[in-house]
Design a protein around this ligand. Sequence first.
Ligand SMILES: Nc1ncnc2c1ncn2[C@@H]1O[C@H](COP(=O)(O)OP(=O)(O)OP(=O)(O)O)[C@@H](O)[C@H]1O
Ligand SMILES: [Mg+2]
Length: 515
Amino acid sequence: MVNKDSKILVIDDDESIRKVLTLTLQDVGYRVLTAADGEGGLKIFADERPDITLTDLRMPGMDGIAVLKEIKALEPDKEVIVITAHADMDLAIKALQLKASDFITKPISTTGLEVALERAQDRLSLTRELREYTRLIEKRWLDTAEELAKTYHFQKNLIESSIDAIIGCDPQGKVIIFNKASEAVLGYRKETVLGKLTIDHFFPPAKYDELKEKLYSNDYGGRNRLILYETSLVALSGQLIPAQFSGAVLHEGEEEIGSVAFFRDLREIRRLEQQFADQARLLHQDKMISLGRLAASVVHEINNPLAGVLNYARLMLKILKRGPVTEEYQEKFAGYLNLMENETDRCSKIVSNLLAFSRKSELDFSEVPINELVEKCLMLSGHKLKLANITSERQLEEKLPRVRGDYNQLQQCVINLIFNAIDAMPNGGKLIVSTSYSPSDRNLTIRVSDTGCGIAKNDLPRIFEPFFTTKSEGQGLGLGLSMVEGIVERHKGAIEVTSEVGKGTTFTLKFPAMS
Ligand SMILES: Nc1ncnc2c1ncn2[C@@H]1O[C@H](COP(=O)(O)OP(=O)(O)OP(=O)(O)O)[C@@H](O)[C@H]1O
Ligand SMILES: [Mg+2]
């Protein structure tokens, strides 16, 4: 089948042959281009690029073999049919060797020409198909290569940007993956590790053996897997690093092809745990100190009413021993018993408050009624205030919303502030504790003011530091305010202080109110 646009170039110095061929070829549907010599033919070929060229072999000037060579050099896929005389079989064979698609002999028979053309057409379409197929395969190959490259880069990125250290090894344990986090944790550079060091290099020897044994055992996440296992790593500096290991031995079928390990650096977690434990210890220590002081003052507080109760009891016994109780005494007895009841009630309240305060408690959040809490703190400090000749005043706003918090810890806050105020007024003075609520910012405020010595400007920035104290040894440890600050922080509150030397100090605590 001949395409409509199929071009064919006829090169022959014999004009009559050109004419005959032109007519015959046009008749089968070709667009025919002609040239009378090799040079002219090549020019047309370069411009028009016909699929098939028919060239005479013997021509003056450039011969058919030269034309064939040029065309094949220019476009190897184009077909060239050579026209030869019977006597020129050698030349015809040479042309075939030079990749001519066929030869026809003069005088040209229509059948011979048709067969040659058909074969040339077949070869052309075969070449075209082959080219298309190759293009398709190449494209598919390129797509796959691109896809692979993308996946590879993505995975590489994933490994590189992991927060955990990732180390991959070949079956002999030689490191072949060592990501950025590994460099950061262990202090080694990738270049000094990859293909050079084995994984055991990063463990204390005993730890490595232990880990390997667990990795290959059936427990701890299954055979060839070990999950969230705590171990230690050895950094380049020799430092031991606590780490959490998760890893697996990789297989392809039965064959072990390597292993991969993920390490999480536990140093920061350990540091925070330590900090937390230290804080809890300090908090407890501070509480014990406050408790010691409270207990001392409470003893006095309880002693007086107890002495009163004892006196009344003795008096009543004495009267009873004298004989039957007269009506007059019965009334007096009722009065005494009333007083005794009041005093014992007061004692029992003080003791139960002290007990509640002393209980070492984990954070226990509940809805805290702040006014009641302030009253309790004042009651516990009552004796100390009296001894120090301090008058106390409470200005408590009614119907306050509650605060979500730990009752004990908030109490510890207020007690610490009251104790500091007492210490600041060795010659007596006035303590005001007030509470209020501001609907605009939904904050509840507790304010503790004293008319004491005040805080020196230089000391102000330091008073919340643990162990900062201006008190003499045995008087203060400097823990109170740092505890207050910690507790306030845990309650998402804020603390402020204003002070004037010689006039007094006000501490203000703010807590978000519950809706
Ligand atoms: N109301 C106050 N008036 C004057 N100075 C104060 C007042 N409250 C705190 N300070 C100053 O802040 C310092 C630190 O107070 P903080 O409560 O932390 O420790 P402390 O009272 O010295 O010791 P501790 O509370 O451990 O018994 C005090 O030593 C004191 O100088
Ligand atoms: Mg204090």
